[in-house]
Design a protein. Structure first.
Length: 105
């Protein structure tokens, strides 16, 4: 993926992908932006070209890393503000509804 840095945008309900390590000064390098239904407070997980992140809207999003398009969405019954983890084809994510979810990817 050519040293891409994934940024979770806190407070605006989205995930942004930039190239390099330029921070906000490199905003002109933005490749895509994905809007969620709430703020994104977790660090995205990346596996096999898909970005996974939770949102305060109670959803887990799978986003194509190349295009920024939604691959799928899972709705939990509570805020998802912790970072997801991927292992052995499964995405693990906790929610404020008191559950830890294991989602097949």
């Amino acid at each position: 993926m050519n040293r891409r840095t994934f940024l979770a945008t806190v407070g605006v309900g989205g995930v942004a992908l930039t190239s390099g390590c330029q921070g906000l000064a490199g905003a002109d390098r933005l490749e895509w932006r994905f809007e969620t239904g709430g703020s994104v407070t977790s660090i995205p997980a990346v596996d096999d070209g898909i970005v996974y992140t939770g949102s305060r809207d109670g959803s887990v999003y799978a986003i194509d890393a190349a295009s920024g398009e939604s691959d799928w969405q899972f709705d939990a019954d509570g805020t998802v503000h912790d970072s997801p983890t991927v292992a052995d084809g499964t995405l693990y994510v906790g929610s404020n509804d008191g559950y830890l979810y294991a989602l097949s990817i």
